[in-house]
Design a protein. Structure first.
Length: 196
């Protein structure tokens, strides 16, 4: 895998997932002595210059999961009442790229965000009121509720927890990272079966 495409799971020192970072940010954390410990497997080895005193070339192995000392914990204060920002890529991943009306899988460009209770009827643009819909179904439903449009909703939308949102934001998640994240999902998470 290309080093520039690698993503490292950053956690706080207690092991709570915080965010995905690139290898350059990971190297910076090592350099600033912010890494408390590592988990997972080494995913890349970076070589530096030759030490003038020892004559040895420096080597840094970056692991897939880095637990860090968090001086900026204000940004990640409370995960208990956390509501992640709503965006289409995360929404489409939450719903597994399925139209929740016809049940077919689509590419990202063929999907849209549908408001179960339309905004025109007082519905909000929040996780619990939006689902992934293909453009055909969304156009058919138009400004109506599923009941008004005589359409069956195939799943109940949910608000992802912080750990679930981290999962939804990732691409090419490694097995050890997935196992680590899954341990932080609620037992009732619809994402558990999908990520197994």
């Amino acid at each position: 895998m290309e080093v520039s495409r690698l993503q490292i799971l950053r956690t706080d020192a207690s092991g709570m997932p915080l965010e995905w970072i690139g290898y350059q940010e990971a190297v910076k954390l090592y350099y600033l002595d912010q890494v408390a410990y590592t988990c997972g497997l080494p995913i890349c080895s970076l070589r530096g210059g030759v030490n003038a005193t020892s004559g040895r070339r420096s080597l840094l192995e970056v692991n897939s999961i880095l637990a860090t000392h968090c001086p900026n914990t204000g940004r990640f204060k409370s995960f208990r009442n956390y509501t992640p920002p709503l965006n289409n890529p995360a929404l489409f991943r939450r719903d597994n790229h399925l139209c929740l009306y016809c049940g077919q899988r689509f590419s990202r460009r063929e999907l849209s965000r549908d408001h179960i209770t339309p905004v025109s009827q007082g519905g909000q643009d929040i996780w619990s009121n939006v689902v992934t819909a293909c453009k055909r179904c969304n156009n058919h439903k138009a400004g109506r509720t599923p009941e008004q449009a005589h359409m069956q909703l195939l799943a109940i939308p949910f608000v992802p927890t912080h750990a679930e949102y981290i999962y939804l934001q990732g691409h090419m998640i490694l097995a050890d990272q997935m196992e680590f994240l899954r341990a932080h999902f609620p037992r009732s998470s619809p994402l558990i079966a999908r990520s197994a």
